[in-house]
Write a protein that binds this ligand. Structure first.
Ligand SMILES: Nc1ncnc2c1ncn2[C@@H]1O[C@H](COP(=O)(O)OP(=O)(O)OP(=O)(O)O)[C@@H](O)[C@H]1O
Ligand code: NI
Length: 263
């Protein structure tokens, strides 16, 4: 197993001076190449800060301490090229005045050095991979003409257009209804397996994440509470906080997950 990214005593504080509380507080965490890691925690626990720190997208004035190492890449990741981002609201990552085809093709063209024609062909192929019906027609559609779930599929296609090594999904399924959520998770799972991507799946929904990731890292108040393989964390959580999180989640009580943990 090779390490994709190492966080060593990583701390992040927003705002100037030392007055602000840390949004991440001395985090030690290794992310393995090709693993699917869920970042779980309640609102404000530092999940998105972790994503921004990895992506080099912290706002100006944020103070970073500690180390972030990228042994697999050998350099900090380049947005759009080395990693793709998918957010809760695909409206915020999709441009309303560009066609679906244009926005997916753009990343492929810029980062893979393709011609527009080649990039359009890749975009259409990607729309098929994310299971958008009639990809050729969808290429010419605008974001508002699609449903929320379809927009999220398009955002995922755009995020992987340049063949990144890392995909960061920050609450990518939160705004969607449960059925669509499950479809998007299945889609992410399939893409990540097929392409050997490393996935950071950020969510407050431990049940949703548990269904498909390899490992879970639980955050609370800027700290890493615990990290481990899904089965270990679910069946023998190290902290009371994680135990409470699992106990409080009715979805975790559904039979398939319990069987999985018990076997
Ligand atoms: N741009 C910012 N400026 C100042 N403080 C910020 C900024 N972004 C986040 N914070 C603070 O940092 C802490 C961690 O926020 P973060 O967004 O990482 O949490 P989160 O776990 O992603 O929460 P959520 O589940 O609500 O998305 C919070 O206290 C938040 O108020
Ligand atoms: Ni967040």
């Amino acid at each position: 197993m090779s390490i994709f990214c190492s966080l060593r005593q990583l701390s992040v504080t927003y705002g100037r001076g030392s007055s602000g509380a840390a949004a991440l507080d001395h985090i030690d965490l290794d992310i393995a190449s090709g693993e699917r890691l869920a970042i779980i925690g309640e609102s404000g626990s530092g999940k998105s800060t972790l994503a921004r720190a990895l992506a080099g997208l912290l706002p100006e004035g944020a103070k970073v301490q500690g180390e972030l190492l990228w042994p697999a890449l050998g350099h900090p990741p380049r947005p759009g090229r080395d990693f793709g981002l998918v957010f809760q609201d695909p409206g915020s990552s999709l441009n309303p005045v560009l066609t679906i085809g244009e926005q997916i093709a753009e990343g492929a063209r810029r980062h893979l050095g393709l011609s527009w024609q080649q990039a359009y062909a890749r975009a259409e192929e990607l729309l098929g991979r994310v299971r958008i019906p009639q990809p050729d027609k969808a290429m010419r559609a605008f974001p508002h003409q699609l449903s929320g779930g379809q927009r999220q599929r398009v955002a995922i296609a755009a995020a992987i257009a340049a063949k990144p090594a890392l995909l960061i999904a920050d609450e990518a399924t939160s705004g969607l209804d449960v059925v669509v959520q499950a479809e998007i998770v299945r889609l992410l799972d399939g893409l990540v397996r097929e392409d050997g991507l490393t996935l950071l799946f950020i969510t407050h929904d431990i049940a949703l994440a548990s269904g498909f990731v390899d490992r879970i890292a639980v955050f609370r108040n800027a700290r890493l509470v615990e990290a481990g393989p899904v089965r270990w964390v679910l069946s023998a959580p190290k902290s009371d906080y994680t135990a409470a999180l699992i106990a409080s989640h009715r979805d975790l009580a559904t039979p398939p997950l319990i069987e999985e943990v018990a076997s």
